[in-house]
Design a protein around this ligand. Structure first.
Ligand SMILES: Nc1ncnc2c1ncn2[C@@H]1O[C@H](COP(=O)(O)OP(=O)(O)OP(=O)(O)O)[C@@H](O)[C@H]1O
Length: 594
């Protein structure tokens, strides 16, 4: 990935790494040669000038190289970050179902992948190169020490081994801790987002829950802090121990050098070389150990990124998927059983239902009966656990979900409000026509939102947002805030952008609409539905009564089915619910009359 991000960057980084690794060692040797020359009282001006120039060059490189390396490192991280982010979101786009996004473990992994994926490949390459650089330095200095005394490099290496073991253990613990703290940190983020989101601000103020939510957020933060500071303390203890060992070793070596120089066994230049080498080895090995541990930890975290990239598709699609033909026959639910997970109860229990092409199905039932679930299965957001759903007789499992959804227009109960312009909000329904003004106006007119949009300050270009400025040609113009029912009409317009699709699904399309608008929309819908297949869910029975087939769901089973008149004649749940709603309207009407 890093190679893809920029080959020349890697080349430049590698070159500066090797040169910077040679700098301290060269400096130590040039200094030794200069001191020895001065010690011998030599007056070779040319040699002194060469050594002086070498020192100047080393100084220049010492000043310049770190900045070049920081720049190259940051540039690599930026480029790799972009690539990694793209790959991660491409992969999540390939999860065509919903189950993954309702799985806490997946969400924890995704968060870590987002955190580590962007920076890790670049950081690992930088870390590995830095390891190479420090290793070159360490071995160069060890070589210098070998010239002075054969046992000194062995002692240095032996003293570094326990520190390496401890650093690797700490790195593993850190990576594990980040995984363990995933749920804690996600809950903290949840409270933090609540406390700063405009959607939650109203309720939080009304119910006075701000302090309560802030306390909960801080509890999560404290839990995370407690664990991380425990690990930091362990790291401190390890570093203190290794620091003491290093200082003892350096002191001993220095003492030996001074005594050896006093005996005339080594020169002043050798003492200088030994001091530089010991300091060089020790600082380089501290850096080396830290880099090894950090790269190790980053690779452990990067595992989450790779696991997401390698995940199996959430909804299996055959290698040769069936083409999704225009709906010409029927949609059939054949003995469909479904539950959201093995630990949860059955939501649909052996459902058998046929919706013939060109007809309208009205779905009715109490809260939690399974109506929206049935719709989600029909859009192949999940697969049934048992039984099958068939489109023109072909099992949806044999189809590519994205191709199936191309044939469906839908408004879900929990539709989205996008902080985009009114036109964009509607255009998202069909990106291929999102710039077709006529199509946008036609969809908005069918859903009763054209007059509303026309009355906005910039018509279809008006930004519908409380949290952004319009930007572009409209500069710092504030967005417009719509009411709940107005948003619902925009969502309905979005579905109408796909109005020519084979199947139109509307889950509670009019729950927030005023009576007049609801009436207009239903008249429009009736016209639109003619000769088209549609499924309508509504608790307002007046809105679905003229459907070709009404189905009452009760605890995941079909309790009643028939036309409005048949169900009224049956005198069951539908008839009772209809009577209660009709009575409510009649009572209110007679109160108004009196
Ligand atoms: N993503 C989900 N994960 C787990 N359970 C779910 C999920 N979505 C819905 N359920 C459960 O499935 C049951 C049926 O929900 P569904 O939304 O299909 O009901 P509904 O008939 O549309 O209800 P309503 O009229 O209130 O909209 C409910 O008990 C609900 O708790």
């Amino acid at each position: 990935m890093t190679w893809q991000a920029g080959k020349w960057l890697i080349g430049l980084y590698l070159a500066s790494t090797i040169v910077s690794a040679m700098v301290p060692l060269t400096l130590a040797w040039v200094t030794k040669l200069l001191l020895d020359m001065l010690g011998r009282g030599e007056t070779d001006v040319d040699r002194a000038a060469i050594l002086g120039c070498a020192l100047g060059g080393i100084g220049l490189l010492t000043g310049l190289l770190p900045h070049v390396m920081v720049y190259v490192n940051k540039e690599t991280e930026r480029r790799v970050g972009l690539l990694a982010q793209n790959q991660l979101f491409l992969t999540t786009e390939r999860f065509v179902g919903l189950a993954r996004f309702e799985d806490p473990e997946f969400l924890d992994r995704l968060r870590l992948a987002l955190q580590s994926g962007g920076a890790t490949p670049g950081a690992v390459v930088a870390g590995v190169l830095s390891i190479v650089r420090t290793a070159v330095m360490v071995f160069g200095f060890l070589g210098s020490l070998l010239v002075l005394s054969p046992w000194m490099p062995i002692l240095v290496l032996a003293s570094a081994l326990p520190a390496l073991g401890a650093q690797l253990w700490l790195a593993k613990r850190r990576a594990a801790l980040q995984w363990e703290l995933g749920p804690v940190e996600r809950r903290e983020i949840f409270y933090r987002d609540l406390l700063t989101s405009v959607q939650a601000a109203k309720e939080i103020r009304l119910f006075g829950t701000g302090t309560h939510l802030r306390t909960r957020m801080l509890i999560e933060r404290r839990k995370a802090n407690h664990e991380t500071s425990r690990l930091d303390r362990r790291e401190l203890a390890v570093q203190a121990l290794t620091g003491c060992a290093t200082a003892l070793f350096a002191g001993g070596a220095l003492l030996w050098a001074v005594l050896a120089a006093a005996d005339g066994r080594i020169s002043i230049g050798d003492v200088s070389l030994l001091i530089s080498s010991i300091a060089g080895v020790q600082s380089a090995s501290v850096a080396l150990l830290r880099e090894i541990a950090q790269v190790h930890q980053k690779l452990l975290l990067f595992k989450h990124f790779l696991e997401i990239l390698d995940s199996e598709p959430d909804l299996p699609v055959p290698s040769n998927p069936a083409t999704v033909a225009p709906l010409s026959q029927e949609i059939e639910f054949r003995d469909v059983w479904f539950r959201y997970s093995a630990e949860q109860p059955w939501i649909l229990r052996g459902l058998n239902l046929v919706v013939p092409h060109g007809q309208t199905l009205g779905l009715i039932g109490r809260n939690g009966a399974g109506k929206s679930t049935l719709i989600k299965l029909l859009c192949r957001m999940y697969d049934p656990d048992r039984g099958s759903i068939r489109w023109n007789g072909v099992d949806l499992r044999k189809m590519e979900p994205t191709e199936l959804r191309e044939r469906i227009g839908a408004v879900f109960q929990d539709y989205m409000n996008y902080d985009l312009s009114a036109g964009e909000n509607i255009g998202l329904g069909d990106l291929s026509r999102s710039h077709d003004q006529q199509a946008l106006v036609a969809a908005a007119t069918s859903a009763g939102s054209h007059d509303l949009i026309s009355s906005l300050p910039h018509g279809y270009d008006t930004l519908l947002s409380r949290i952004f400025f319009a930007g572009g040609a409209l500069g710092n113009t504030r967005g417009v805030t719509l009411s709940g029912g107005q948003w619902q009409r925009i969502a309905l317009s979005r579905a109408y952008m796909r109005g020519s699709r084979d199947l139109l699904i509307l889950d509670e399309p009019s729950s927030g609409l005023d009576a007049e608008t609801e009436y207009e929309i239903h008249v429009g819908l009736r016209k639109h539905r003619r000769d088209r297949t549609s499924i309508l869910i509504s608790h307002r029975l007046g809105a679905v009564r003229d459907a070709d087939l009404l189905v009452v769901l009760e605890e995941g089973r079909i309790a009643e089915r028939g036309t409005h008149d048949e169900l009224i004649a049956l005198g069951g749940l539908y008839a009772r619910m209809f009577a209660i709603q009709a009575k409510g309207y009649r009572d209110e009407y007679s109160e108004v009359q009196q």
